[in-house]
Write a protein that binds this ligand. Structure first.
Ligand code: FAD
Length: 444
C-alpha cells in the first residue's frame, strides 16, 4: 500500500520504530510522523481517514504486547514530542499534561508540590503518560493506589476523522453521560489518539516503611500474601519473586538473596502510620517467613526494593525473555505458582516468576536461548505460554492484567471475553472507527 503524498511528506523512515519491547518479530520499519502540536495530529488523522491509511499511535515503544509496532502500509504516529506538563494545580491536586510526558517526570514535578502521581509501572523512567493511559498501566504501588484508570479525570482525544473531543472533566467527581474516559483508557490506540489528559495527584506520603520477607518456597510466599490481604492493613507495595529469579539477580548483581530463602515478598507501607502498619503486616507473616529485614529510611528502603527492580534485567541477561502477564484471584496465587511450575517441568522450559502479588498479577517469564530477533518462539515456549493463559482462565483470572492484548494475545482475549462480549467490543470499535484505520490488527 502506498501512502497518500500528504501523509508521506510529513513522515520519516525510522527503522528503530519497527517493534516495541515485546520483541514481536513481525514489526517492519515504518514511516513515522512526530507531531509537535495537537492540530498536526488532527491534520494527519483527517488525511489518514480520507485515504484510509492505518495509523498506529506510539508513545515510547516500551509496550510488551506488540501494540505500537510497524505494520505494512501504516503510519506510526509518535506522540513523544508532545511532552509538556501544561498545568500543575496543587490546590485542586491535578495536572494537565500532553501525552508524551514521561511518567517519572510527572511524578517528579508533583513531588515539588508535596504531591504524587501514583501509577508507577516498572518502565516509569521511559514510558509516556499517553502509553500508560492507552494500556491502563499498573505498577508497584498498585496494591494501594490502583491502576492508571483510577487517576485519569479527563482526556483530549483526536478521533479517527481528525475531530478533537474532550471527555470527562477537571473535577474530582462527575457522572454526566457515559464514562468515556474509562472506555478510552486501556483501549490501546484502537478508538482514538490521546493528545491531552487531566490526571489526579495525591498527597505524597510523609513516611514509608519497607520489609523484605523471605520464605522456604514460593507457595508459602503466596500464602503470606493471603495473610497480608486478611490482616486489615493495605500495603502500598506487595511484590513477589521466586527463588530462580533471586538466583538470577544474585548472578547479575553479586548479591546473596537466595541464601536467605527460596522466595521473596517485598512489602511497603506509607503515610503517617507506615511503621505501625508494617508491624501489623510482618506479624501476620512471621510464622511463615524464614527471614524478615525492615527499613524505615529512604536509602535502606530502596535497597530492599532493589531486588524487585532488577528482576527483569537479570532475566534479560540470561537469554530471550517472553514476558507473560496473568492475574488470578489473590487467594489462588499459590495454585497459580504451582501450576506454572508443573508447566515448566512438563514442557522442559525455564520459567521464572515475579509480580505484583497485591493485585494477584504474576509475570511468568519464559527464558529461551538468545537467537536472532526474528527467530520464531521455540515450540515448547509457545506451548508453555498457551498453557499459562489457560491456567489463568481456569483459576478465574485474566490473560493480561496490565500489558494489554496488542497483537500478541488476540485469540486469548476472544476466549476470555466470549463471543457475545467480543462482538459488542467490535460494535464499539465500529462506532468510533468506521473505516478501521486506528491500530488495525491490534487488541480485537
Ligand atoms: C522494563 C519494563 C517494565 C515494565 N513494567 C510495567 C509495569 O510495571 N506495569 C505495566 O503496566 N506495564 C509495564 N511495562 C509495559 C509498558 O511500559 C507499558 O505498557 C506502558 O504503559 C507503555 O507506554 P509507552 O509510552 O511505551 O507506549 P507504547 O509502547 O508506545 O504504546 C503502547 C500502546 O499504547 C498505544 N498508545 C501509545 N500512546 C498513545 C496515545 N497517545 N493515544 C492512543 N494510544 C496510544 C499504542 O498504540 C500501543 O497500543 C513495562 C515495560 C518494560 C520495558
Amino acid at each position: 500500500m502506498t501512502l497518500s503524498p500528504a501523509v508521506d511528506a510529513w513522515a520519516e523512515e525510522e527503522p528503530g520504530a519497527a517493534t516495541d519491547r515485546s520483541g514481536w518479530p513481525g514489526g517492519i520499519p515504518s514511516r513515522v510522523v512526530r507531531p509537535r502540536a495537537v492540530i498536526e495530529v488532527q491534520q494527519l488523522l483527517a488525511e489518514a481517514y480520507r485515504t484510509r491509511t492505518p495509523v498506529i499511535p506510539r508513545g515510547a515503544g516500551s509496550g510488551l504486547a506488540a501494540g505500537a509496532v510497524g505494520v505494512e502500509g501504516a503510519i506510526l504516529l509518535d506522540l513523544s514530542a508532545l511532552d509538556r506538563i501544561l498545568e500543575l494545580d496543587a490546590d485542586e491536586q491535578l495536572a494537565r499534561v500532553e501525552p508524551g510526558v514521561i511518567t517519572a517526570d510527572l511524578d517528579a514535578a508533583a513531588s515539588a508540590h508535596g504531591l504524587m502521581y501514583a501509577p508507577d509501572p516498572g518502565s516509569v523512567g521511559i514510558s509516556t503518560i499517553g502509553g500508560n493511559i492507552a494500556t491502563n498501566a499498573g505498577g508497584l504501588r498498585g496494591a494501594k493506589y490502583g491502576v492508571t484508570r483510577d487517576h485519569v479525570l479527563a482526556l483530549d482525544v483526536v478521533l479517527a476523522d481528525g475531530s478533537l473531543v474532550r471527555v470527562g472533566r477537571d473535577t474530582i467527581k462527575g457522572v454526566t453521560g457515559y464514562d468515556l474516559v474509562s472506555l478510552f483508557t486501556g483501549s490501546e490506540g484502537t478508538l482514538g489518539v490521546v493528545v491531552g489528559a487531566t490526571v489526579r495527584l495525591i498527597p505524597r506520603p510523609a513516611r514509608t516503611a519497607t520489609a523484605a520477607a523471605y520464605f522456604a518456597d514460593i507457595a508459602t510466599a503466596a500464602r503470606a500474601v493471603t495473610a497480608i490481604t486478611r490482616s486489615g492493613v493495605r500495603p502500598a507495595v506487595l511484590e513477589i519473586l521466586d527463588g530462580r529469579t533471586l538466583a538470577a539477580i544474585d548472578d547479575l548483581e553479586g548479591t546473596a538473596l537466595r541464601e536467605r530463602g527460596d522466595a521473596l515478598v517485598v512489602i511497603q507501607t506509607d503515610g503517617y502510620g507506615a511503621e505501625e502498619e508494617l508491624e501489623v503486616l510482618t506479624s501476620a507473616i512471621a510464622a511463615l517467613a524464614t527471614d524478615v529485614q525492615t527499613a524505615t529510611d529512604a536509602a535502606a528502603s530502596d535497597a530492599l526494593l532493589f531486588a524487585r527492580r532488577r528482576a527483569l534485567p537479570a532475566l534479560e541477561a540470561l537469554g530471550r525473555v517472553l514476558i507473560e502477564d496473568i492475574a488470578v484471584p489473590r487467594k489462588r496465587l499459590a495454585e497459580a505458582v504451582d501450576g506454572i511450575s508443573d508447566i515448566a517441568q512438563e514442557e522442559g522450559v525455564d520459567i521464572f516468576v515475579f509480580g505484583h502479588a497485591g493485585d494477584g498479577n504474576l509475570h511468568p517469564i519464559i527464558v529461551t536461548e538468545r537467537g536472532a530477533a526474528d527467530d520464531p518462539v521455540p515450540d515448547a515456549a509457545a506451548s508453555a505460554a498457551e498453557r499459562i493463559f489457560a491456567l489463568a482462565l481456569e483459576l478465574g483470572g485474566t490473560i493480561t492484567a496490565e500489558h494489554g492484548v496488542g497483537r500478541l494475545k488476540k485469540e486469548w482475549a476472544l476466549r476470555e471475553l466470549g463471543p457475545e462480549v467480543h462482538a459488542l467490543q467490535w460494535r464499539l470499535k465500529e462506532a468510533f472507527d468506521s473505516r478501521g484505520i486506528l491500530n488495525p490488527g491490534s487488541s480485537l
